[in-house]
Structure formats: C-alpha cells, structure tokens
Design a protein around this ligand. Structure first.
Ligand SMILES: [Zn+2]
Length: 305
C-alpha cells in the first residue's frame, strides 16, 4: 500500500498530541519514506505456515528493501505508527457492532481469514497474534496517507485490505484500512481532499468499492476508483463493480505487454477525468507469474516498468 500526493493543493492541519496516529515527524528530503513496524508480522506457533499468504513477508520486505536502497546509496527512513489502530479510531469507518464481532466472535474472524483451524485457538490468542498485527498495519495505512500529504509520497509495507468494507470483512481483510485512511484524512486534515484509489492487486477491491457506493454524493465525488483485476478469480463481486470509476477486467494469464499497455492507457485517461490531491496505490504482488492466487503472468521486470 503506498500513497502519493499533490501536496501543493492541500492544507495539512496541526496535530496536537505526540501519541496521535498522525503524529509530527521530521523527514530528511532524500530519504525513502517507509511506514513499518516489526509487529506487522504474524507469528502463530507456525500455524501461519498453512495459509497461502506468507505471514512474515512484511519484515522480510523491510530488510530486503533496506539492503536494496543501501546498495543504491540511498537511505530508508522507517516511520512507525505510535500504536495499533484503536477501537475508537476504527469507529471512523466501522460500527461498534462490527468492531465487537471482530474482537470477540471467533466465527467472524475465521470466515474473514478463511482458516478453519483458527476455531481451535482461544480468542485471546487470535486477538494478540492475528488481529493486533493487522491493526498495526491498518494504522500504518492511515499514517502513510498523512505522510504522503506532507512529504509527497510514502509506502506502507502492510495493509491494503481491499476486500473489507465498513460492513463486512473477507478475503483475509479484517479492517477497511483504505476507506479508513480516506475518512481519517477528511476528518483530521482536509475535508475537501480528492482521493484516487489505484488498485493493482490481482483481485477486485470490492471492500473500498462497496464503501464508495454507500457514500453520499458530495463524498463520492471526491473519490475515484481505478481497479484492474483478474475477472476469473475471487471475489467476483458484481454489486461492488458499480463503485468502480474505471474498471479493467483481465483474463487469467495476461502477460506483460498487454497489461502494461492497458495500465498506461487507463491511468492517463483516469487522470484526465479526475484531479486527485492524493493517490492511494494498492500494490498487490499477486499479479506476478506463479502466484498461487492471482493467476496472472506478469514478470518482475514489468512490475518495475
Ligand atoms: Zn490479491
């Protein structure tokens, strides 16, 4: 999940307490700005190994990115949220009933995580070992959006839970961090902010699309969604497609040339239709060839193109 901004068009409000999620920080101009906390990683007595996701990928990415940029003579500045997202902060998007179910109802978590084995784990362990890392990542998405407004861009190594809407979790997405980031910045920074979501994960981002559909018109006009996804895989959410402003449906095993041609054309067209102050880019790596879930054939070289 990353964010870029046209900061010249936005006024950033003052944040009062140092423990506020949008806390003040000093950034060196040439440093690469990455939001991360080691608590992002999920460690569940090795049970995490049975899920198709690599649940410790965030720490691995942080280490590899650091090595990569050091080789280039650049330095990463790691920023961390001050705390995992709190229930009070989640209420910017989620209802109290949603939050209570997520915190205390095992079936809600099991359905969203799609790991039936979790039924054998006590709920207090699910909260500390699974939900807390995801709450850290959710706070990271909000912080990255704010940093992007101040600094021009920021990369959150976690988050991008695009299957979760305000009403419903699913597809290993427990919290609607993308909608939360937008609403948090509207509430705390600038309620006129225009935000474009560029969702390049292999799956349809039905969570933020459903949230866009439920926005009143004055808010909906300030959000633009571009989603390019494999139409043959999860979630196939027909209703949520109504929330997409520019939809590009790919066939399974689409290759580099076709993908890059479509992407370039539609990004250019989207920017003719909508002038964002902030772009939230959901960068799923599951478009890469060989990914067990994405079923696309994009090479790492194309990802950098
Ligand atoms: Zn995906």
């Amino acid at each position: 999940m990353s964010a870029t901004s046209n900061s010249a068009q936005c006024k950033v409000g003052s944040i009062k307490t140092s423990n506020h999620i949008l806390h003040q920080f000093e950034l060196k101009e040439n440093n690469i700005c990455v939001v991360f906390n080691p608590c992002y990683d999920i460690s569940f007595y090795k049970l995490e190994n049975i899920h198709a996701f690599d649940c410790k990928k965030w720490g691995k990415i942080a280490r590899r990115l650091n090595d990569y940029f050091v080789q280039l003579g650049l330095k990463i500045e790691f920023l961390t949220p001050p705390h995992p997202i709190t229930d009070e902060e989640l209420r910017v998007v989620h209802s109290q009933s949603f939050i209570m179910k997520m915190n205390y109802c095992k079936m809600t978590v099991v359905r969203a995580a799609e790991v039936p084995l979790l039924l054998c784990i006590p709920m207090f362990l699910i909260r500390s070992k699974l939900l807390t890392p995801l709450k850290w990542q959710t706070a990271g998405t909000v912080l990255a959006g704010y940093v992007a407004l101040k600094h021009g861009y920021a990369i959150n190594l976690g988050g991008g839970f695009h299957h979760c809407s305000a009403e419903s979790a699913g597809g290993f997405c427990m919290f609607a961090d993308i909608t939360l980031c937008i609403r948090y910045l509207w509430e705390q920074v600038n309620n006129k902010l225009k935000v474009m979501i560029v969702d390049l994960d292999a799956h349809q981002g039905n969570g933020h699309e459903r949230d866009a559909l439920s926005m009143p018109e004055r808010e909906r006009n300030r959000v633009y969604i571009l989603d390019i996804f494999n139409g043959s895989i999860y979630p196939g959410d027909e209703w949520a497609k109504n929330g997409i402003d520019r939809m590009i449906i790919l066939k399974s095993f689409t290759k580099d040339d076709k993908y890059l041609q479509l992407l370039q054309f539609h990004i250019e067209e989207a920017l003719k239709e909508f002038t964002p102050d902030l772009i939230l880019y959901n960068a799923g790596t599951d478009i890469l060839e060989g990914d067990p879930l994405g079923a696309l054939s994009i090479t790492p070289e194309a990802r950098f193109a």
